[in-house]
Design a protein around this ligand. Structure first.
Ligand SMILES: [Zn+2]
Ligand SMILES: [Zn+2]
Length: 217
């Protein structure tokens, strides 16, 4: 059981990374990623902090913590250089903060982030045909989210992924203790977005394969 999108007080979350890990473990997860919001102002510092935290997190805690980052509200041309910088600094999971319907995200964010070295396009809102097709071609996950507001377009994201055979991922985008729902509740978010059991199983297979590849690197 995984969740590859979570925030700590290294950006706008409420909790220390250790507490995020402990609380996810308590809810039944075995692997998470810490993916705090970043732009040019903080990317070097927080990537360094998260990478060090993950490197020192003991192997015998029952939960694996991956180092990540969420590139957020960037001028869209900055996705490429910042994804490359985060990757060089050791980020394993790179998320782009997509064109959610509830925030004024810059136009072309979905498109230009999909051309950068990202793993997941979070809450891509009313993603277009051409961008869903681009995500499929580049093997980038489109996110179905439990986060209130961002979740308004989950059904559209599912339909677009189906239409172009893009990979989907279910994520929590947690900021506070109340956001840390159980894996079963996260699966229900997928069902509410219109996913069938077969499609949900496929998500877990795809994510597992993706994580295995990361580990081999
Ligand atoms: Zn946030
Ligand atoms: Zn987020």
């Amino acid at each position: 059981m995984y969740n590859l999108h979570s925030h700590t007080f290294l950006s706008d979350g409420d909790l220390l990374p250790s507490e995020v890990a402990v609380r996810y473990h308590d809810k039944g997860y075995s692997i998470i990623a810490i993916t705090d919001h970043a732009d040019y102002s903080n990317i070097k510092q927080i990537t360094k902090s998260i990478v060090e935290f993950c490197r020192r997190w003991p192997k015998d805690t029952g939960i694996t913590v991956l180092a990540g980052i969420e590139l957020t509200h960037l001028p869209p041309q900055q996705f490429k250089p910042l994804a490359a910088l985060a990757r060089r600094a050791g980020a394993q999971i790179i998320i782009a903060h997509g064109e959610t319907p509830v925030e004024p995200v810059a136009k072309d964010t979905n498109h230009l982030s999909l051309l950068a070295d990202i793993d997941i396009l979070a809450h891509p809102g009313l993603i277009s045909d051409s961008d869903a097709e681009l995500a499929a071609r580049r093997g980038i996950f489109l996110e179905v989210t439990s986060r209130s507001g961002h979740n308004q377009t989950n059904e559209h994201v599912v339909k677009q992924a189906r239409k172009f055979s893009a990979k989907l991922i279910l994520n929590n985008d947690s900021h506070s203790p109340e956001d840390i729902i159980t894996p079963q509740q996260l699966i229900k978010v997928g069902r509410d977005a219109g996913l069938t059991q077969v499609e949900i199983d496929k998500i877990y297979t795809d994510v597992k394969e993706f994580l295995n590849k990361k580990e081999r690197r």
